[in-house]
Design a protein around this ligand. Structure first.
Ligand code: ZN
Length: 419
């Protein structure tokens, strides 16, 4: 799948200092020490393309973009992969409801998503692959799991053959990422695509591996497992393996993916006999009008709609920066106004020129300290205040050399002050 055009990158000379990031599995902030010296591999879970980018998505991909920029700033080459869940219940249901082909719905929403990513100046992943594109590899992995004795059938009354589930009891990998109790898992499993009470399952949290063909649904031939389509979690294992390889450094996504998606993706990988991600990074949820932004509540704020209404995408990025990536927060019109005023101050400061090496070092230090954008904004606000004043943070008169704040804001945080 075509991704999108990345913004021009003009990195600062490498700092050589590692990014420290909160690892959900370890439960603490730890330095990212890449598995392959000199290069880092990042996987970020992609969208189900049936409703274009809302601000919750934007926050997730913004956080992953900052991880990437932060690792690049330390001197690492970064390789990134992202999937598109284009074969999934909600997408098929929406296509059915609207009387459109699921492929056309997916293509139109992927198009909107890539436009939004481009306007937000998110660096494009090297691999951007949909489930339908990766189907041959997914089928091969599903069959391998079957050969390894990890898959078992569950009778399906509305299909010609059985559905297949992954037997989690054999590897004891459940909860490896989340560290949750079964009671905590049960609280969210059903609302996040699971079926804890389905008759015939060996374990409540065993994930659907291969769903038998139903009338009117797309299906592919998986030999001894019959015609059907894959469950949700196996796709990221396959797409990660064929693009960045297993194991890799960081799996990233929204905090609603900790369980079941990231726990069960890792469990699939363990069942294949392969380690998965070394660290897991999760971004917070964005609320609106007092609730988490979600399709079911109908309180989504879309990036493309804001841009269409004339909101500068850099202002949207500044709103995202005003909240630590791991915190849950609420989108309001006031946030937008504050960010608008802020970018005007920054643009005025950029026009005044000057070199501020201390500010740039503060920005870099904040970024590599668990992507502390709030602290980076404090440094930027102080820079914008200083103007032409004298003192320790006053501009260095040198016309070149370190301390170009607008260039650092672009390289580290993806915000251009031009325009
Ligand atoms: Zn995923």
């Amino acid at each position: 799948m075509h991704s999108w055009t990345s913004p021009a990158l003009d990195p600062l000379p490498a700092s050589g200092l590692p990014l420290r990031l909160f690892d959900t599995r370890a439960g603490r902030v730890a330095p990212i020490l890449p598995l392959t010296p000199g290069s880092a591999r990042l996987y970020v879970c992609g969208i189900t393309p049936y409703d274009s980018t809302h601000l919750g998505h934007a926050a997730t991909y913004h956080a992953a973009d900052l991880m990437r920029r932060a690792m690049h700033d330390t001197g690492l080459e970064v390789e990134m992969a992202q999937n598109i869940t284009d074969v999934d219940d909600p997408l098929l249901e929406r296509a059915d409801r609207d009387g459109v082909d699921w492929r056309d719905l997916a293509a139109s929403q992927v198009e909107l998503f890539t436009q939004d990513m481009e306007s937000l100046r998110i660096i494009a992943p090297e691999t951007y692959r949909s489930v339908s594109e990766a189907m041959d590899q997914i089928i091969a992995v599903v069959r391998t799991l079957h050969e390894r004795g990890r898959a078992y059938p569950v009778a399906a009354s509305d299909a010609a053959g059985p559905d297949w589930y992954l037997d989690l009891s054999q590897d004891g990998a459940l909860g490896d990422v989340s560290g949750w109790t079964e009671a905590q898992m049960l609280e969210v499993f059903a609302e996040r695509g699971g079926d804890p009470d389905r008759e015939g399952k060996r374990g409540r949290f065993d994930p659907l591996l291969w769903s038998a063909e139903r009338e009117g649904e797309p299906a592919w031939d998986a030999a001894e497992l019959g015609r059907g389509r894959p469950g949700w979690h196996v796709e990221c294992v396959c797409i990660a393996e064929e693009s960045i390889g297993l194991p890799f450094d960081i799996q990233a996504g929204g905090s609603d993916l900790v369980f079941p998606h990231h726990d069960l993706s890792a469990a699939h990988s363990v069942a294949l006999g392969r380690p998965f991600a070394a660290a897991y990074a999760h971004s917070g949820m964005v609320g609106h009008e007092g609730e988490k932004m979600s399709k079911s509540l109908g309180n989504l704020v879309f990036v493309h709609r804001l841009v269409h209404e004339g909101v500068d995408p850099m202002v949207i990025r500044l709103v995202l920066m005003a909240h630590h990536y791991r915190s849950d927060w609420e989108w309001t019109a006031q946030e937008l106004e504050q960010a608008r005023a802020r970018i005007e101050r920054y643009r005025a400061a950029a026009r005044r020129g000057g070199r501020f090496p201390t500010t740039v070092e503060e920005m870099r230090a904040a970024l590599r300290d668990d992507l502390d954008t709030v602290r980076a904004l404090e440094a930027l606000d102080a820079w914008a205040e200083v103007g032409t004043a004298t003192g320790p943070d006053a501009p260095d008169e040198a016309a070149s050399g370190p301390g170009d704040v607008p260039a650092a804001l672009d390289a580290l945080f993806g915000i251009t002050l031009q325009g």
